[in-house]
Design a protein around this ligand. Sequence first.
Ligand SMILES: *Cc1c(COP(=O)(O)O)cnc(C)c1O
Length: 465
Amino acid sequence: MALHRGSVPDPSSTARGSNPVLTEANPGLGLSLVLPKSRLAEDPVPPDVAAELIRDELLLDGSARLNLATFVTTWMEPQARELMAECVDKNMIDKDEYPQTAELERRCISMLADLWHAPDPEDAAGCSTTGSSEACMLAGLALLRRWRSRVEDRTRRPNLVMGANVQVCWEKFCRYWDVEPRTVPMEGDRFHLDAATAVAQCDEDTIGVVAILGSTFDGSYEPVAEICAALDDLAAGGGPDVQVHVDGASGAMVAPFLDTDLVWDFRLDRVASINTSGHKYGLVYPGVGWVLWRDSQALPEELVFNVNYLGGNMPTFALNFSRPGAEVVAQYYTFFRLGRAGFRAVQQGSRDVAMFLAGEIGAMTQFRLLSHGDQLPVFAFTTTDAVTSWDVFALSRALRERGWQVPAYTFPENREDLSVIRIVCRNGFGHDLAALLLTDLRAAVDQLEEQAHAVPLSGPSGFHH
Ligand SMILES: *Cc1c(COP(=O)(O)O)cnc(C)c1O
């Protein structure tokens, strides 16, 4: 979320809305109607008027389902929407007042503990959060606490080892809690953390290694089992004994259904905790996330608060207090509705679309794939050397003309030279829409190439002919 700052009122704004039915045809209202932009208006307006004018303004937002930039759910069944609407007034923290919502949360955690192979699901601990960012903060805090309880010397500085491809929440964690981020840069065609580079960064002050399933930059899974094995060797050789947190914001809801042979979860003893975003491949509208610890040992007790002033005694671990219950109910609906077979079908559908699109785009002479959509249903591509007169940023703008939101961006430190486009395939983006995207993408490429042979563009396009 952008951090918004207040601004001075725009002197050109008129004291009249733009909707003729609401204003001109209702002159009394029209004369006094001001769309408040920086301070509260003096008087109320009728609810229909307020809703309609806000709806008008929101027309400028992009269409969520054409947003191929986001990992976050943009389509749910109408039944789920209804259920959520019925629950908007429930506060997740009031577990005593809404015991059944709390029970649904408990069931979700229990199902995730089973799905992620917690050694003793009874002993696993977990909670819902507003998303993976909060979940990662909590998991990071647990690692930090465990390190603190081992280390007497208060002058030592903790560090966290991770790839440069981590999501920004880990940089936030480090800055907010004063932990040194040890980010392993990308190198050549290695776009994420690997075992050797991770271990090389670890020392006695390392609170943990973050392994990502999978990377937001290109959808690839980091080799969690290899990282754990290398850390086992490090500890066996007398080195530090470093725990792993798996950031499964997306992949922890994909791999259990599509990659059942891949061992990445609590089956690895070294994995202390795992998070996921319920609102990504957990298939729920924002915002809900989950974090689980493998056993009660992995979650230091002093981080858990016992809240009793809402009646009852409830242990909680969270940054927020009040939070909507609707998303948790929707998560339970999704689990109940789909079961394992349903999840497998939905995630396979997204992977099929991603691999189809990646195959078609990779076959074009203008593009080179960096990933293939066969891990997360996400792939990234860049232009080949044959392309000199336009770039991925121009292509992204051209696709926007047709309503597609496909972001172009540069890779982090050490590969900043690499500019890519990333496409995230989600539930609700089926083969038909994918075929339309492909048609528009081919047309956009033709147009960009034609323009290159016509009069040179002027203006701030940022590239040279
Ligand atoms: C999206 C994402 C996050 C942050 O998750 P939110 O649910 O948006 O807070 C963290 N890590 C990874 C790998 C992600 O993909």
